[in-house]
Ligand binder design. Structure first.
Ligand code: 5RP
Length: 228
């Protein structure tokens, strides 16, 4: 199965083959994961028995459309595997939240035995530099700008497209993007942003287990974290 010119599809569909009968699966958000969800839907139609835990309205609706039975973390607090995309990735640390879903995505990722990230090769880098998405309690907006500045970053509200005003997350909070330039120490920044009052969650994900990297020639490179 090759997908010339569609590295996201190649990565998503190949990662979906990791899912086996009886698994409870985290369903990430975004265009790359959508290929994994659609592939899982095809496999369910052919007899695969799984349950999915969505990370957003987007993934819940897509999974339902493709016949994947859904469950919750209340019913299944430990998942077998989570498949999700990323905006940038270096050394098994990802920046996520381009779709503003990073809070639920992180909850699901940390509830999973195996966290698999699917990307095209344009997302891979040596040093992270993508702005870090933040989910912010609305009344803390200005305080968060100040705290992020103290950490050397510049936080801005993410504004809606086809909607006036700011982007509101699936949880009813603001989405901001914090630009730190090159991030030399993502583990430090992860901990520092987590201490900012008013930030519900941020988009630095340090615990990636496996990366599926789709290439333009349709091949997929698989990287396993040495820690897994
Ligand atoms: C959503 C995410 C996405 O996984 C990330 O933005 C990558 O999206 P895409 O696969 O469409 O490039 O973190 O919050």
């Amino acid at each position: 199965m090759t997908h010339r010119n569609n590295p996201k599809q190649a990565a998503g569909e190949q990662a979906a083959q990791l899912v086996k009968n009886g698994m409870v699966v985290g369903l990430g958000t975004g265009s790359t994961t959508a290929y994994a969800i659609k592939e899982l839907g095809k496999r369910v139609a052919s007899g695969l028995r799984i349950m999915g835990v969505p990370t957003s309205y987007q993934s819940a609706y897509l999974a339902a459309e493709h016949g994947i039975p859904l469950t919750t973390l209340d019913e299944h607090p430990i998942l077998d595997i989570d498949i999700d995309g990323a905006d940038q990735i270096a050394s098994f640390t990802a920046i996520k939240g381009g779709g503003g879903a990073h809070t639920r995505e992180k909850i699901v990722a940390l509830s999973s035995r195996r966290f698999v990230v699917v990307v095209d090769d344009s997302k891979c880098t040596d040093i992270l530099s993508h702005p870090v998405p933040l989910e912010v309690i609305p009344s803390a907006r200005i305080l968060v700008v100040k705290q992020i500045a103290e950490l050397g970053g510049r936080a801005e509200l993410r504004m809606g497209i086809n909607k006036d005003g700011p982007v509101i997350s699936d949880n009813g909070n603001l989405i901001m993007d914090a630009d730190f330039g090159a991030i030399d120490d993502p583990v430090y920044l992860d901990e520092a942003i987590s201490k900012c009052i008013g930030v519900v969650e941020h988009g630095i994900f340090t615990g990636v287990d496996v990366i599926y990297i789709g290439k333009k020639d349709g091949s997929v490179e698989i990287l396993e974290s040495p820690g897994t």
